[in-house]
Design a protein around this ligand. Structure first.
Ligand code: AGP
Length: 609
């Protein structure tokens, strides 16, 4: 979603804003703009399309001199992508500039009210009401004015604001959309939607809470609540390096992140294994509390939801706890049945996904115990959940999630093993054996990654595919869902995933001569059933690519093409089965000449509903 950067200091602001916005490109955008205060007035420039255009049109920022500014990449929600709708937005005499991420839900009402008072709007955006509302309430005191505006607007927002009456000041406010404040060391401070935008300049950040306002000048950062009482805030240090958020020789972030999976998995797993057993210290739940859990809700969106689907099979089998999996966008409007033994697990890479955050809050409103499985340290979900397990995947930049998925699976394995052990379902011997097999996964993934050429060759045969179907049973169904999402989101080829037993209840009518079907067969006891399903589609003209392990000669006999994964414990096969599917999606998208990291219409972090 939209990216925000703000700077106040002694250097020229525009080049810093452009550089920061470039680091936020991964969030997805369709237009961009910057506004800089030159000591007398605010000047701005906006451009449609890639940042390159804004960069060229402003000569790298040189046409906008000044040491204080705000910048924005826009992912259209209200109003088409256009220069007119690009941010920053202004009040009529351009003395107040605003950039915004989020959605002002009551903007129509506010716009009518403001138009009734003579305000004229230049864009179709919800954001512009904020600029005029600031003007309407302006009394010479910036903080006072912002607090009044915040009381009037409903919805979600991260705001960067400049007033020409307040030279060398940038103001920020947030509710439910991410915004961090970077504290520079040499008389400069920053605002940003995410860490990569400012990591070149500082590692010291403040995380703003919802309904807080920040005031930044070159030599101070102050935080206030809605009543304008100053709020003390702890400075946090970012531990990872900028290189972690750069391509490091790979053509695309997605490929880099696919290759980072063995390391990411190790980083997620190692701190939680002691003496051959799972030990998750940060869980903060006593064994007694774990024994009392009688129902788990797994909640997430997209890829995160798919790990929840996988987790259901594993938790129910290993820990004998009933698990319900729900899309966060559905759960948030349900009236969940729950009791004191219910645990709600919210899964999110970014920790900022609007629906997942809302689902978490709903669970908390019901008095339920919540556990976040989160990658982004300090994110809203991480801060609001009762307990957090960080996945330690490092920054994931490509829109298509890969290493976050793999580490979320590991977090589920660790939890399921722990819960199963504490509840007496997993013996010492089983625990030792499964931990040993889990520790082999990184090396096995490394091995699978070595066969990338084979997958690329196969992918090249299907560059013109119209639609692709992914089939699996049990845990393989969860992998099929994720494989299908990977393919459709970056290649724009229609694909869908089915629990293979459902084929005959409708989807088989879609199979025709040459249709590609990807069949997953990693669950030994379900292989015979899957082989029948493969035969059904082959006899209707489908071409079947199977992902399986070497123990099943009958699969090789039936499928037209086989990819093999190493043998592992039955609960962990999903970690291996997904690797060829990620590579398959990647190479199809590359072969079709697409921008793999920034697929059309998608944003990395979906911070609006
Ligand atoms: C994955 O490839 C997607 N781009 C998307 O489905 C993503 O997983 C989803 O938006 C959830 O994001 P989160 O993990 O940051 O909450």
């Amino acid at each position: 979603m939209c990216g925000i950067v703000g700077y106040v200091g002694s250097h020229q602001a525009a080049p810093i804003l452009l550089d920061g916005l470039a680091k936020l490109e991964y969030r997805g955008y369709d237009s961009a703009g910057i506004a800089v205060f030159d000591g007398k007035k605010i000047t701005s420039h906006k451009a449609l399309g890639k940042l390159k255009v804004l960069n060229e049109e402003t000569h790298g920022g040189a046409t906008l001199p000044g040491t204080c500014g705000i910048g924005h990449t826009r992912w259209a929600t209200h109003g088409v992508p256009s220069v007119r709708n690009a941010h920053p937005h202004f009040n009529s005499d351009e003395t107040i500039a605003v950039v915004h991420n989020g959605i002002i839900e009551n903007y129509i009402k506010l716009r009518k009210m403001l138009e009734g008072k003579g305000y004229q709007f230049q864009s179709d955006t919800d954001t512009e009401v904020v600029a005029h509302l600031l003007d309407y309430y302006y009394d010479g005191n910036a903080l006072h004015t912002i607090a009044k505006v915040i009381e009037r607007v409903e919805g979600s927002y991260a705001l960067g604001i400049m007033f020409s009456d307040h030279p060398h000041h940038v103001f920020a406010a947030r509710k439910d959309s991410p915004l961090i404040i970077g504290a520079g060391e040499n008389g400069e401070n920053f605002i940003a939607s995410d860490v990569p935008a400012i990591l070149k300049y500082t590692r010291n950040v403040y995380y703003m809470d919802s309904l807080e306002i920040a005031s930044l000048s070159p030599d101070h950062v102050r935080f206030y609540n809605i009543d304008l009482e100053e709020v003390p805030k702890e400075l946090k240090t970012i531990e990872w390096d900028l290189s972690a958020a750069e391509k490091g020789g790979y053509d695309y972030f997605m490929l880099k992140e696919i290759y980072e999976q063995p390391k990411a998995i190790r980083d997620c797993m190692s701190p939680r294994i002691r003496d051959g057993k799972v030990a998750i210290e940060e869980l903060g739940m006593t064994d007694e509390e774990i024994r009392r859990i009688d129902r788990i809700y797994m909640i997430g969106c997209g890829t995160a939801y798919h790990t929840g689907v996988m987790a259901k099979y594993i938790f129910e089998d290993l820990a004998r706890i009933p698990v319900e999996v729900d899309l966060a966008s559905e759960f948030r409007y349900r009236n969940p049945i729950c009791n004191a033994g219910t645990l709600v697990v919210v899964i999110s890479q970014s920790g900022e996904t609007a629906d997942t955050l809302a689902a978490l809050r709903l669970a908390k409103d019901h008095g339920l115990k919540t556990l976040g499985i989160v990658n982004a340290v300090g994110s809203s979900i991480a801060r609001e959940a009762d307990h957090v397990i960080y996945t330690y995947a490092g920054p994931e930049i490509a829109v298509a999630s890969t290493k976050a998925y793999s580490t979320q699976l590991i977090a589920h394995y660790l939890l399921a093993l722990k819960f199963g052990y504490v509840r007496g379902m997993v013996s010492d011997e089983q625990m030792g054996d499964m931990v040993r097999q889990m520790e082999e996964l990184p090396a096995q993934i490394d091995l699978l990654l070595q066969s990338k050429e084979k997958i690329q060759k196969f992918a090249n045969r299907y560059l013109a595919a119209k639609d692709v179907f992914f089939l699996g049973r049990g845990q393989d169904y969860a992998t099929a869902l994720e494989g299908s999402l990977k393919l459709k989101e970056i290649s724009y080829i229609f694909s869908d995933a089915y629990a293979a037993g459902e084929l005959k209840h409708g989807p088989i009518s879609l199979i025709e001569e040459g249709t590609l079907v990807v069949a997953l067969l990693t669950q030994d006891e379900l292989v015979p059933k899957m082989v029948s399903n493969m035969q059904e589609v082959i006899s209707r003209g489908a071409f079947v690519m199977a992902v399986t392990n070497v123990d099943h000669p009958e699969v090789e006999k039936t499928a037209q093409y086989c990819l093999y994964i190493p043998k592992t414990c039955r609960y962990f096969t999903g970690s291996l089965g997904i690797i060829p599917l990620q590579l398959f999606a990647y190479y199809i998208a590359i072969g079709r000449g697409l921008d793999v990291d920034k697929p059309r219409n998608l944003a990395k972090s979906v911070t609006v509903e």
